[in-house]
Write a protein that binds this ligand. Structure first.
Ligand SMILES: NC(=O)c1ccc[n+]([C@@H]2O[C@H](COP(=O)([O-])OP(=O)(O)OC[C@H]3O[C@@H](n4cnc5c(N)ncnc54)[C@H](O)[C@@H]3O)[C@@H](O)[C@H]2O)c1
Length: 327
């Protein structure tokens, strides 16, 4: 039996695959090593996964269902759980290159649903990545799963919400059991170089100015990678049943402790040992002022219990960042 992890060379995918391997599972990792950010980091994560037995990597595009089926071959009969984390991530890039999101997030998600429906005879469930960005212009704080998610402020968010809706139809029509996870700003070593915490660390370490959007009046619910992975693994073992009988549940995976941008910058300065050159800038299109996860449902159903505050996680990220960037 095996677990199929899409986006295995990505940040959350690599940590999820590693945790599964550490438990002795067989993991088949799929990724197309997209050059959206430095593929050297993706290869570095794959080397890390290759240190443990039981890992097989297949370079493939999830949007190409036929190619995926051919590449998986005999493995199709062994996949018990699919953890679908491959996507075109990033809010800002969706303003520049919307079609990358249509391909990986819409076509790709649909192809994974079709793979599950037709090609995986022993599949028990599909766990897939959604995002806190689906809450968009929702002003009710903290964000709970039953809040409005029909006001996206970026195309990225719209594709993630579309994934949830496509999943809902596959759960209703074909009884495909699914758990969708709305991640809140996940950070940690080997993290994504396009995210603010990583860009800020790069800039502060190099003495370049950082731009604080909305004049610094932003708050983010930063969630430590290993806390998130514990939630993903719990979701992979969870029976998603609802009162109406449809086997599909959505959960927020956040830290439930938003941090003000200026406090976050201060923690980075301390960890790096250098003061940031700050430039205040207006709000950027696509951004939201605050993210804050209500995690009551994930706590109750998945036993999700994040334990790592930013004060602890950020210095641990910086230890890795120093090595990776060589300063
Ligand atoms: N990191 C976060 O804070 C965060 C927050 C909310 C949601 N998410 C979601 O979680 C998931 C994982 O995010 P991440 O931070 O690990 O991102 P990531 O970019 O590091 O990982 C995604 C991986 O998917 C791969 N990929 C992209 N398109 C593909 C395709 N068509 N075929 C095969 N592989 C493809 C990329 O090469 C990449 O390695 C994504 O779905 C993302 O949208 C992440």
């Amino acid at each position: 039996m095996a677990v199929l992890v899409t986006g295995a060379a990505g940040f959350i995918g690599a940590f999820t695959a590693r945790a599964l391997l550490e438990r002795g599972e067989r993991v088949i990792g799929i990724d197309n090593l997209d050059p959206y950010y430095d593929p050297a980091l993706k290869r570095h994560r794959l080397e890390w996964l290759g240190e443990l037995p039981g890992f097989r990597f297949i370079q493939a595009d999830i949007a190409d269902l036929e190619g995926l089926v051919a590449a998986l071959g005999d493995e199709l009969a062994r996949v018990r759980v699919v953890i679908h984390l491959a996507a075109q991530a990033g809010v800002r890039y969706s303003l520049e290159n919307p079609f990358a999101y249509a391909r990986s997030n819409l076509l790709g998600h649909l192809a994974i649903l079709e793979l599950c429906r037709h090609h995986l005879p022993v599949l028990e469930r599909l766990v897939y990545a959604s995002s806190s960005s689906v809450y968009g212009a929702n002003r009710e704080i903290p964000f709970a799963e039953h809040h409005r998610v029909d006001q996206p402020v970026s195309l990225y968010a719209a594709t993630k919400r579309a994934d949830e809706l496509m999943s809902e139809t596959y759960a209703r029509l074909y009884g495909l059991p699914q758990v969708g996870l709305r991640f809140f700003t996940v950070y940690g070593p080997m993290g994504r170089p396009d995210m603010a915490y990583f860009l800020f660390a790069d800039a502060i370490a190099a003495g370049r100015p950082i731009r604080l959007f909305n004049h610094g009046r932003m708050r983010r619910d930063f969630t430590w990678i290993e806390d998130v992975v514990a939630g993903v693994l719990a979701a992979a073992a969870y029976q998603p049943v609802r009162e109406d009988g449809v086997p599909h549940r959505l959960f927020n995976l956040g830290n439930h402790r938003p941090v003000a941008l200026l406090d976050f910058v201060h923690m980075l300065e301390q960890a790096i040992g250098r003061e940031a050159v700050k430039e205040l800038a207006p709000m950027q299109p696509g951004d939201v002022e605050e993210t804050f996860a209500d995690i009551t449902a994930a706590q109750r159903e998945l036993g999700f219990a994040p334990t790592t505050p930013l004060e602890e996680g950020l210095p641990r990220f910086i230890v890795w960042h120093r090595r990776w960037r060589g300063y």
